[in-house]
Design a protein. Structure first.
Length: 156
């Protein structure tokens, strides 16, 4: 078992199988040594777990968990693309938060994704990030996360 998978297991999580695209796009694209992961929704067993607007129907804590679930799905895509989580570095995370009028804590919501990536990958999980509030997301999801990673040589 790899270090990243051991860390996931210690968190009580397992790497999900990559999901298929639900429209006309690729789940990920590799360009040279970079992996671009399409937006991941907070899915469990193919169903959106967290739906609605942050600051109205959902709390920041629920949004945090939604972002965490999105990042976990993205790690599944990255592992599929790279063959392992041991040879990747997260470069950038883009997060979209379905937000009620006046909601301004998108960065706190996206910490769910960022915290998970660092917990699983250590320093290789640190990244640049953007957190954007939007009026609505596909399937009424509360959060959507996209990730850019780089395939690197070596391990932890």
């Amino acid at each position: 078992m790899t270090i990243a998978l051991e860390r996931l297991q210690a968190l009580g999580l397992q790497l999900p199988s990559p999901t298929m695209a639900i429209a006309n796009y690729l789940p990920y694209q590799i360009v040279e040594h970079e992996i671009y992961v399409s937006g991941q929704l907070p899915l469990r067993d193919g169903q959106v777990v967290y739906q609605g607007l942050l600051g109205d129907e959902l709390t920041v804590a629920e949004g945090y968990q939604a972002a965490r679930l999105c990042a976990l799905s993205a790690l599944g895509q990255i592992a599929s693309a790279a063959g392992s989580l041991e040879n990747i570095q997260i470069i950038r995370v883009g997060g979209f938060v379905a937000s009620a009028a006046g909601f301004t804590e998108q960065s706190q919501v996206l910490n769910g994704a960022s915290d998970l990536l660092v917990a699983v990958l250590g320093e290789r999980g640190r990244h640049a990030r953007v957190a954007v509030g939007v009026a609505a997301l596909p399937r009424n999801a509360a959060v959507e996360v996209e990730i850019m990673a780089r395939i690197i040589a070596g391990t932890d």
